[in-house]
Design a protein around this ligand. Structure first.
Ligand code: SF4
Length: 346
């Protein structure tokens, strides 16, 4: 449901991404959080009671592509994004960026590499200090990393503001003096300051009006073309993800249950959960009578995940085997993997 999408809608997904080299890779990534309990919020202890936010995720992101990640709130999308940036180092598994295993780098090496990996958050205030002017906020990463002379840094601030569609004459104002969409543009300018190669955009348009969403998504597209950026684009909104992504990964309870080329996922979803998510997208056609798949119940408690297939308590297609036997991601076509016992019969 992206207004003003124009002819650019298919453009992002038609490139020769399949031949590009891998920029980011995870191997069996796990992230666990100890659970605090009691009046003083004591940690119950690793191994005793812990929340497994991501469970053994292995994926690859090619240079210049956008991998969209969708799923309901609490499925582990944000934790995955933060683990890729090493903002939340994983509990186990590996993150490889540009051929370097982040877990094996020294603090100094990791700090240097972080210039190439930047986040854009849903709330721009997470990247913009409300007590800093716009100019100070964008200058800050350049100063921390000692990039260029003062004059070059100021020129870069002006250039970046122009590039994201903000009048550079407003650079001495504070974030609260801008609208929500403008603040997100400022957060993007700051994220671009160090000329990164990889950006994790975590729900960057969910808090914006639909018309503003389209502008920000189009800006992200044009920046990707210009700077050959690689995106991990996280959203709960499949139509937004479809607009921007080359490939889409669907997450449920900390795992990827389906990953495919964006068009394949939309045209031939193979996992019952993906089909349910797709059926919930409003279709602007009054004659369309396709019934929505309403899933019973809620997402299970991640502290007490079900045995067998984690989706089985809600799955309209479950069979006896699903209750005990956990499926794993299996290829069902070119660049298409699904975690479902029924996938082999497709
Ligand atoms: Fe449904 Fe079974 Fe497939 Fe899980 S494995 S998604 S319960 S059919």
């Amino acid at each position: 449901m992206i207004g003003n999408a124009g002819n650019g809608e298919q453009r992002m997904r038609e490139g020769s991404i399949g031949h590009n080299r891998i920029l980011v890779e995870t191997r069996n990534l796990q992230k666990r959080f100890p659970v605090k309990s009691g009046f003083w919020g004591r940690v119950a202890g690793i191994g005793k009671r812990e929340l497994v936010a991501i469970r053994g995720i292995t994926l690859q992101i090619r240079e210049g592509e956008t991998l969209g990640v969708v799923g309901e709130s609490g499925c582990g999308k944000t934790t995955l994004g933060r683990a890729l940036l090493y903002l939340n180092p994983p509990f186990s598994g590996e993150v490889i960026f540009a051929g370097k295993n982040l877990g094996k780098l020294s603090r100094q090496e990791l700090r240097q590499l972080r210039q190439q990996m930047q986040p854009i958050f849903q709330n721009p205030y997470a990247s913009l200090n409300p007590r800093m002017t716009v100019k100070e906020s964008i200058l800050e990463p350049l100063q921390i990393y000692g990039v260029g002379t003062r004059e070059e840094q100021e020129e870069r601030v002006t250039y970046l503001l122009e590039r994201v569609g903000i009048d550079p004459r407003l650079q001495d104002r504070y974030p609260h003096e801008f609208s929500g969409g403008q603040r997100q543009r400022l957060a993007i300018a700051r994220a671009l300051a160090l000329q990164p190669r990889f950006i994790v955009a975590d729900e960057p348009v969910s808090a914006l009006d639909v018309s503003i969403q389209a502008q920000i998504l189009n800006l992200l597209c044009s920046l990707q073309d210009e700077y050959r950026l690689t995106y991990l684009f996280i959203s709960h909104d499949l139509s937004v993800v479809h607009y921007l992504s080359n490939r889409i990964a669907v997450m449920y309870l900390g795992e990827i249950v389906e990953i495919a080329d964006a068009d394949t996922l939309f045209d031939a979803p193979a996992h019952p959960y993906t089909r349910a998510l797709l059926s919930a997208i409003p279709i602007p056609d009054p004659w369309d009578t396709t019934p929505q798949i309403v899933l019973p119940g809620n997402v299970p408690d991640p502290l007490d995940p079900p045995a067998g297939c984690p989706f089985h308590p809600r799955c309209p297609e479950r069979i006896e085997r699903c209750v005990q036997d956990k499926p794993t991601l299996q290829p069902v076509g070119t660049d298409h993997q699904v975690s479902c016992h029924l996938a082999s019969s497709l």
